[in-house]
Design a protein around this ligand. Structure first.
Ligand SMILES: [Zn+2]
Length: 285
């Protein structure tokens, strides 16, 4: 958007911030942390071209299907506790990637649909699962008179240039009692504080926003959503994914990751909970 909106804190409207780490700023009024990056539409789009899921941010997202689906089933088990089947019928996932979550969720809802800006994921979701998914930008997509009862954004909000506009639009597409479920890193978690600038989730320019329990609740509340659940969220990962993050993305070392894949153990997985990812569910007022 305009330079003006980028100078205002998206959580509290504050105008003053200081540097937290190189490249990261922190609002002096509310503590919300954000990347000091001003991306154009074109730059942002380029980050999410075909190689986002196959090299840029993930080693190979689709190959991790087994672990990803386990994660999504775990997220659905929590979400179910807040669902009223007579009330929560239509689900929308923003950032639906390859469709694994929607495929897991479709049995619980009358309808599920997704939207994503990455063509490879959309094609996979359509062809393999026959899912109703849209290739495009949520903010500019016209939903007409359609409304949703549950909106999910898994590991997505930190990537958005203007998450406040997403939450605002989600509010406009939902009614009282609707649920918004999301996961994102917690920059005030113990692990994030111990790791400092080296915390694994700090990587602008794909990660632009670094929320905490307080700042995510405040942002959602400003748009009519009250947090009803916020707990640390663990996840299943493959060795491939972890080695790719540690060796290739962090240290630019390709050999250990290549050896792991060659040894045929890269698909092995494990469960990790560093208590630095929040699983947030909020209800529309
Ligand atoms: Zn602020």
């Amino acid at each position: 958007m305009s330079a003006n909106t980028q100078n205002l804190c998206i959580v509290c409207g504050g105008t003053s911030h200081r540097q937290l780490y190189e490249g990261l700023l922190r609002c002096r009024a509310c503590g919300y942390v954000f990347a000091d990056a001003r991306l154009t539409d074109e730059e942002l789009r380029a980050l999410y071209d075909e190689d986002f899921f196959t090299g840029a941010e993930f080693s190979d997202y689709a190959e991790d299907e087994l672990h990803l689906r386990k994660n999504f089933r775990a997220r659905l088990r929590v979400l179910r506790r807040f669902l009223d089947p007579s009330r929560h019928k239509r689900l929308l996932e923003i950032g639906s990637a390859y469709g694994f979550f929607l495929e897991e969720a479709r049995a619980l809802f009358e309808s599920v649909e997704g939207i994503d800006i990455t063509g490879a994921g959309i094609a996979h979701a359509r062809e393999r699962f026959q899912l109703d998914v849209t290739l495009g930008d949520f903010l500019s997509h016209d939903y007409g008179a359609r409304r949703f009862d549950v909106v999910c954004m898994w590991d997505t909000i930190e990537h958005l240039r203007e998450p406040q506009r997403f939450v605002e639009k989600i509010a406009s597409l939902t009614e009282r009692g609707a649920l918004l479920a999301l996961t994102t890193g917690d920059i005030e978690s113990l692990n994030a504080r111990l790791r400092g600038r080296r915390w694994r989730l700090i990587h602008p320019p794909t990660h632009l926003h670094y929320f905490s329990r307080r700042t995510i609740a405040r942002l959602l509340a400003a748009h009519g959503f009250d947090v009803v659940y916020n707990r640390p969220c663990g996840f299943y990962r493959s060795l491939d994914n972890v080695a790719y993050n540690v060796f290739v993305l962090r240290h630019n070392l390709r050999l250990p990751h290549a050896l792991l894949r060659r040894a045929g153990v890269a698909r092995l997985g494990f469960y990790l909970n560093l208590s630095d990812i929040m699983y947030v569910i909020a209800r529309r007022r």
